[in-house]
Ligand binder design. Structure first.
Ligand code: AMP
Length: 394
C-alpha cells in the first residue's frame, strides 16, 4: 500500500482536480490569516509548472449545504492570484454550466477556483452523484487538504475512487511523514504536552500517547479535571465533570506502565475568564474557593521545561492557559520557547497551539506544525483517516 505524491503523477496537459483546505478566517470580506492558502502553494506551483490545468476546490466554514455570500471563496481567489502571481478564474458555483465554461477555458498552467464546496448539499453527505459531477471536471485528482482528511466527504473520499490518477500534495506528504514518525517510530524520551479545554475530545489521544510517550505534561483547563480526579481543590476552574472517572483511570494506567503524567504544581488564577482584575499567583496544587485556574504557575513551568529539555521527540497539542489574554500567556509561551529550544524532533498540532508558537515567535524552530487539528489528533490515535485511505493505491 502506498500513496503517490503529486510529483509522481503525470499531470502535463491534464485537468487536475485539487482539493485544498482554504478554510481561512474571513472578517467583513477580508482574509484575516492566509496561512492555509500559503500552505498549499508548493503543490499548486508544482502543478502549474507541469502545465496541468488546475481545478481547485475547497470548503469554507459551515454553510450547511446552502449558498451563503458571507462564506464565498471569492476573496480567496483574489488572494491566491496575488500569491501565485497569475490570474485565478473564479466560478461562482460549484457545479453547473459556468463551472464547465471556466474549466474548459483553462490552458496549460491555468488555475480556476470553484465556489465553496459546502454550498452543495452533496459534499458533506459524500453523495455519489455529486462526486461524479466533480470527477467529470478533471482527468486526475490531488488532495492536499490535510485539515479535512478525517471527514468522509464527496471531495475527500467519494471523488478519489473515481480517478485512475490520484495523489497527495506536498502538504499531506509532510504531515504523513512527521505524524507517522510520532506514531510508528517514537524516539525516547518522548514527551507529549497536552492542554486546552476539552478533555473528552482528547481522551482517545491521551490513551494512544500513553502507549508511546514516556512523559505526559498536562496543562490548560484540562489539568483541573485531572487535579480534581486526584482529590485536589480546584476552586471555580473549568472541570469536565463527566470525564472525571476517565481521568482517574488514565492516571492509574500511566502509573501501572511506569509513565510520568505531570500535573501543575502551581497556577496563575483569576476571578473568572472575563475579569479585568490582575492575575494572582497561586502556590501549591490546590486552588482557593472562588478562584479559577487560568495558567500554569512558574514552578510548573520550570518542571515542564526540565522534562522538555531532555526529550528526543515532542508532540504538543493545546495551550497551557488562556493565552488569548496577555495576563495568562506566560505558561503557554514558556512551553513554546522550551519546545523550540530543545534538540528533540518537535511536532505541534491544533489551531490554538499553532497560534501560540506563532505569537511566541518560535514557529521557525518547530520541526513540524500540523495544519490539521482534528485530523492530526485522529492520526495520532492510530485511526485510519478516510481521506488518506482513499488515496492509497493497492
Ligand atoms: P482546545 O480547543 O481544547 O485545545 O482548547 C483551547 C482553549 O482552551 C483556548 O481557547 C484556551 O483559552 C482555553 N483554555 C486553556 N486553559 C484554560 C483554563 N485554564 N481555563 C479555561 N480555558 C482555558
Amino acid at each position: 500500500m502506498a500513496i503517490l505524491t503529486v510529483d509522481q503523477l503525470e499531470t502535463a496537459g491534464k485537468r487536475i482536480l485539487v482539493r485544498v483546505d482554504f478554510n481561512v478566517p474571513i472578517d467583513d470580506g477580508r482574509i484575516a490569516d492566509d496561512t492555509r492558502i500559503r500552505a498549499a502553494l508548493p503543490t499548486l506551483r508544482h502543478l502549474v509548472g507541469t502545465g496541468a490545468h488546475l481545478v481547485i476546490v475547497s470548503h469554507l466554514g459551515r454553510p450547511k449545504g446552502r449558498p451563503n455570500p458571507d462564506l464565498s471563496l471569492a476573496p480567496v481567489a483574489e488572494r491566491l492570484a496575488a500569491l501565485l502571481g497569475q490570474p485565478v478564474a473564479f466560478s461562482p458555483e460549484v457545479i453547473g454550466t459556468e463551472t464547465r465554461r471556466v474549466v474548459d477555458a483553462l490552458g496549460p498552467g491555468g488555475v480556476a477556483l470553484l465556489e465553496n464546496l459546502r454550498f452543495h448539499p452533496g459534499e458533506e453527505k459524500n453523495d455519489p452523484q455529486f462526486a461524479r459531477q466533480l470527477a467529470a471536471l478533471a482527468d486526475g485528482y490531488v488532495s492536499d487538504a490535510f485539515g479535512t482528511v478525517h471527514r468522509a466527504h464527496a471531495s475527500t473520499v467519494g471523488v478519489a475512487a473515481l480517478f485512475r490518477r490520484a495523489a497527495c500534495g506536498f502538504l499531506i506528504a509532510k504531515e504523513l511523514e512527521f505524524l507517522g514518525m510520532a506514531l510508528e517510530r517514537p524516539k525516547s524520551p518522548y514527551v507529549a504536552i497536552l492542554g486546552g479545554a476539552k478533555v473528552g475530545d482528547k481522551i482517545p489521544v491521551i490513551r494512544s500517547l500513553l502507549a508511546r510517550a514516556d512523559s505526559l505534561l498536562i496543562g490548560g483547563a484540562m489539568a483541573y479535571t485531572f487535579l480534581k480526579a486526584r482529590g485536589h481543590e480546584v476552586g471555580t476552574s473549568l472541570v469536565d465533570e463527566p470525564h472525571l472517572l476517565l481521568a482517574r483511570e488514565l492516571m492509574d494506567t500511566a502509573a501501572e506502565r511506569g509513565k510520568r503524567l505531570l500535573l501543575p504544581v502551581d497556577h496563575v488564577v483569576g476571578e473568572d475568564l472575563k475579569s479585568q482584575a490582575p492575575p494572582e499567583p497561586c502556590a501549591g496544587a490546590d486552588i482557593p474557593p472562588g478562584r479559577m485556574g487560568l495558567d500554569i504557575g512558574p514552578e510548573t513551568v520550570a518542571q515542564y521545561k526540565a522534562v522538555i529539555a531532555q526529550a528526543r521527540m515532542i508532540v504538543w497539542n493545546g495551550p497551557m492557559g488562556v493565552f488569548e489574554l496577555p495576563a495568562y500567556q506566560t505558561g503557554t509561551f514558556s512551553v513554546a520557547r522550551a519546545v523550540a529550544a530543545s534538540e528533540a524532533l518537535s511536532i505541534v498540532g491544533g489551531g490554538d497551539s499553532v497560534a501560540a508558537v506563532n505569537q511566541a515567535g518560535v514557529a521557525d524552530r518547530i520541526d513540524h506544525i500540523s495544519t490539521g487539528g482534528g485530523a492530526s489528533l485522529e492520526f495520532l490515535q492510530g485511526k485510519i483517516l478516510p481521506g488518506i485511505a482513499a488515496l492509497t493505491q493497492v
